[in-house]
Design a protein around this ligand. Sequence first.
Ligand code: BGC
Length: 371
Amino acid sequence: MNKRLLALTAFLPFAASAAKFSISAQPFGEVDGKAVELYTLSNESGAKVSITNYGGTVTSLIVPDKDGKMGDVVLGFDTVGEYVEKSPYFGCIAGRYANRIAKGKFTLDGKEYSLAINNEPNTLHGGVKGFDKQIWKAKVGNQGHNPSLILTYTSPDGEEGYPGTLKSTVTYTWTQKNALRIRYKATTDKSTVLNLTNHSYFNLAGEGSKTVLDHRLKINAERYNPIDSTSIPTGIAPVKGTPFDFTKSTRIGKRIDQENEQLKNGIGYDHNFIMKDSRDGKIGVVAIVTEPTSGRVLTVKTSEPGIQFYSGNFLDGLEGKGGKVYSHRSALCLEAQTFPDSPNQKEFPSPVLRPGETYIQTTIYELGVQK
Ligand code: BGC
């Protein structure tokens, strides 16, 4: 069988209780003369996620609303060419270092490293050709009753200025309960810094819907990182008494346009919220988003110490799937991560990975409904 046209439906052996799922792979065009694929993992209810091995990018996530009507809740494009040409990191794996490193410089074990400045005056999301722009090796499989896609990428020593040959594996699993589980693993042959995340832009009313300002958000964080005017953290501050207090579920639009220096620096919300002080590996619920008209609920769980809440401030009418227009603040990202600029900020959890160690992260985006 032509591997590129592989379409496989799996029925697990135990007939009575068997959960059914399917995985299909289709050609998704070429990047730099190399073929890329689009994989679709569907569960028994017909809810599904599509992921391309270009950038490990989630291109669609189709789940029911409160009436059972299916809708796509992530922004994206119809062709890989558009991802290459104009994607603001839609759905991708951002790395090696997701988020910003101040002035594109850091010192590790006494040696200074210089990175590309691709977001003046800083480096953002791994540099000019980060993990979002790489073609990952893909293998389909299953985790018990759930379909999965295993992506691997080996980043050579010195790529984008980072030390060490870094071998990364990202396993996407689409569960029978409409949860997208993302498990990251990485090892290096030289000490390096690392911060991997998934950069999906969600609109729970359906991609292409106007804004996310009526979505309600709860973040289990008492502290966050205030930022300077170039979006680099300036320390740690309590959320209490500020527009950053999402400890109770709050409409995103409620305070976003308040006169506030931090909202001004982020041009809205574009800040890291602090879950814990270290990477302790324990997975907990960090955020819950609810959208009143569709009834959809997104629960984010992660083992990471921080989560970047970005309110789509730089979206400005980009044309996406089916010609839909993605307007200002028409999506939100909740990017599980270690803190921005931690290679330069000693009081933040360490982003250092040493030879012999394994970086492990699990993040889960669970889609449900409330009536
Ligand atoms: C950053 C934003 C940036 C967006 C798209 C987010 O992770 O925090 O500042 O505009 O990614 O690049």
